[in-house]
Design a protein around this ligand. Structure first.
Ligand code: G3H
Ligand code: 13P
Ligand code: ZN
Length: 321
């Protein structure tokens, strides 16, 4: 059942974070739905611009509709990840999405506000909510590369003005993470003080708390990386977010935690090992089946770390379903 992202945020706020997982194909979709039902967790499906172009946006949307029929107990939202203005409008007008993200974080502050406000107005008119980004994460997203020197944490004072003037429903805040598999040089802690200060400033301004979204939250498990490299991969010096920081972040108001890279690592490990161990094999379905199982296990374990595991019954009661 597709619900709104706002409903999921409201149930999660201050208690747990909903996993927002990027998908591109049938195998990821099957593994995601299975893993979330196995762990009894709500979830957010994220489609990036690249995912919508990979086969065809109608294809991936049809795959989600099919999964909805196959797994009628699943409760989830469908969200556009890192949208530009045109893609946001396309998703808003399609009637299929629960929410969109407008990412104008690479534009100057005033331009970010103007673009975000236009998207918010159009989305709200159709009952969708909007996530917007302020500050800059390092790493690679879509076709934009931000080197670590240019990445900057969200300024909490600016965040309040940004939320006030745009009316956005959730804020993607830069708190020290970055996209991809190479987040830090050595393990680093997240800048929780940025989240605390944003929520404190909102309260001081007499505003409602706004859910915070954590991008770039993959943990890049070192065992996964070791296995990929042992099977012929070359992923050196990778490093991710400590999974034990998800729940503390959730308690401070993070309701959505974005994970893509970790799922890609599962895919790479499964396929590298499979073809290493079965050099004569050229049927792609056997490794595809292994991947679906492994991806489901990965999702279920991640949901435990996010605190979303086991929340379905309470959410169902909350939604009156
Ligand atoms: O933040 C970006 C996500 O990992 C999506 O990646 O744009 O390559 O689909 P993508
Ligand atoms: P990772 O690259 O850490 O998985 O982040 C994904 C993300 O933020 C998608 O928007
Ligand atoms: Zn992101």
């Amino acid at each position: 059942m597709i619900v709104t992202t706002a409903q999921l945020s409201k149930h999660a706020y201050g208690k747990y974070a909903v996993g927002a997982y990027n998908i591109n194909n049938i195998e990821q979709t099957m593994g995601l739905f299975r893993g979330c039902l196995d762990s009894q967790a709500p979830f957010i499906i994220q489609l990036s611009k690249g995912a919508r172009q990979y086969s065809d946006k109608r294809m991936i949307e049809a795959v989600i509709r099919a999964a909805d029929e196959i797994f009628p107990e699943a409760i989830y939202a469908v969200h556009l990840d890192h949208g530009d203005e045109a893609t946001c409008y396309d998703c808003i007008d399609s009637g299929f999405y629960s929410s969109v993200m407008i990412d104008a974080s690479h534009s100057p502050f005033e331009e970010n506000i103007a673009i975000t406000k236009r998207v918010v107005d159009r989305a709200h008119a159709k009952g969708l909510t909007v996530e917007a980004e302020l500050g800059q994460l390092g790493g690679v997203e879509e076709d934009v590369v931000v080197d670590e020197g240019n990445a900057c944490l969200t300024n909490p004072a600016e965040a309040v003005e940004f939320i006030q003037r745009t009316g956005c429903d959730a804020l993607a805040a830069a708190i020290g993470t970055s996209h991809g598999a190479f987040k830090f040089k050595g393990q680093q802690s997240l800048h929780f003080e940025v989240i605390e200060q944003i929520e404190a400033n909102l309260a001081a301004a007499g505003m409602q708390p706004v859910p915070i979204v954590m991008h770039g939250s993959s943990s890049v498990p070192q065992e996964e990386v070791r296995r990929i490299n042992a099977a012929g991969g070359k992923i050196a010096d990778s490093c991710g977010v400590n999974e034990d920081e998800y729940l503390p972040a959730a308690k401070l108001g993070v309701t959505k935690i974005n994970i893509d890279t970790d799922g890609r690592l599962v895919w790479t490990r499964v396929h590298r090992e499979f073809f290493r161990d079965n050099p004569g094999q050229f049927d792609f379905r056997p490794p595809g089946k292994v991947f679906m199982d492994e991806y489901a296990k990965f999702i279920a374990a991640k949901n435990v770390k996010l605190g979303s595991a086991g929340q379905l019954a309470s959410l169902r009661a909350f939604l009156g379903k």
